[in-house]
Design a protein around this ligand. Structure first.
Ligand code: SF4
Length: 317
């Protein structure tokens, strides 16, 4: 079976296509030049695809936050129905493409995933709206990791999003091969320390769920596990949680280390804990020992290599 291509959806203007209302674009260099080397982009501009043309009159959301309308600012033309209809069809097309994530343009009345301006009858904005297309996408694909390009400037958010993308991609691959009890146990085993870095509690719940692998129909178990797995990864991995994981890993081969090596490793973990070094430093030393002592169980842990090292995401968290 050939490997699944890692495909991400993206608001088209972020790729540099001139599809914005003013005929411009919002090209994002990190997405196009860096992340773009590892993924295949599937670009969508809901407004252009709805036939609104470029350039076009600027629009905004008006009315109720849960059921807003997409209306042009000057002439008051209501495009809600047109964009919603096209969105419905587009989401069905996207189902076929097995997207592993989506990067949305922030603040857009079509693509923003949060804090989009929504205007009341008096013309006063409130930042509690969600873009029409983004809302429909999130409802249609609740498990797919999503993020806005603006938030990807924040190193921990960027690392978390890309980690979730690669994890979801592996999950999709497992679903494609077919969920069996054995495969689900293997999947959970290699993600154990990664899950621990997000939530020790949820990691335990997932472990208990997998403990029922032989008693529960695999399809039912996979559906419950997949949802909780993605929710757990969306929880913030803090320095304290990472230190906990590093100490757990160290426990696996501490008896093989000499006193000097152990002191050195503990000092490196402590430096990370105190904010003196990024996560990549203790991890590099730990990976070195895992290699030297041939610690098989640890070698396969996704926690050690959750995304391509060339992205250098753990040099900044
Ligand atoms: S934000 Fe969305 S609707 Fe606006 S130009 Fe970009 S892709 Fe098109």
């Amino acid at each position: 079976m050939t490997a699944l291509t890692l495909r991400l959806g993206i608001s088209r203007c972020l790729l540099g296509d001139e599809v914005r209302f003013d005929g411009g674009h919002k090209r994002d260099g990190f997405l196009t030049d860096v992340l773009g080397q590892y993924v295949e982009w599937v670009s969508v501009c809901p407004e252009v695809e709805a036939g609104l043309g470029t350039p076009r009159e600027a629009m905004r959301l008006v009315g109720d936050a849960h059921h807003p309308r997409l209306v042009t600012i000057k002439s008051g033309t209501d495009h809600t129905g047109t964009v919603k209809k096209k969105t419905e069809n587009r989401l069905k097309e996207l189902e076929e493409l097995d997207l592993s994530g989506y990067v949305f343009k922030k603040g857009s009345p079509s693509c923003g995933i949060e804090r989009v301006r929504i205007y009341n009858e008096q013309g006063i904005p409130n930042r509690n709206g969600v873009g029409l297309f983004a809302r429909a996408f999130m409802e249609h694909f609740p498990l797919i990791p999503i993020e806005e390009e603006g938030r990807l400037c924040d190193a921990p958010l960027r690392e978390n999003f890309i980690e979730r993308v690669f994890c979801y991609h592996r999950w999709q691959d497992l679903m494609r091969k077919g969920a069996t009890a054995k495969r689900l146990v293997q999947f959970h085993t290699i993600h154990k320390y990664l899950l621990l870095s997000h939530s020790p509690q949820q990691s335990q719940v997932l472990g208990q769920l997998i403990g029922q692998a032989t008693q529960c129909p695999p399809k039912e178990l996979a559906s419950r596990y997949g949802e909780l797995f993605m929710k757990t990864l969306a929880m913030k991995a803090t320095v304290r949680k990472h230190v906990n994981v590093l100490q757990h890993i160290l426990g696996y081969f501490k008896n093989q280390l000499g006193p000097q090596e152990k002191t050195e490793l503990l000092a490196v973990i402590s430096d990370y804990h105190r904010g003196l070094t990024p996560l990549v430093v203790p991890l590099t030393l730990i990976k070195h020992y895992i290699q030297i002592f041939d610690v098989c169980y640890m070698r396969d842990q996704v926690y050690l290599n959750p995304h391509p090292k060339e992205l250098m995401l753990r040099n900044h968290v």
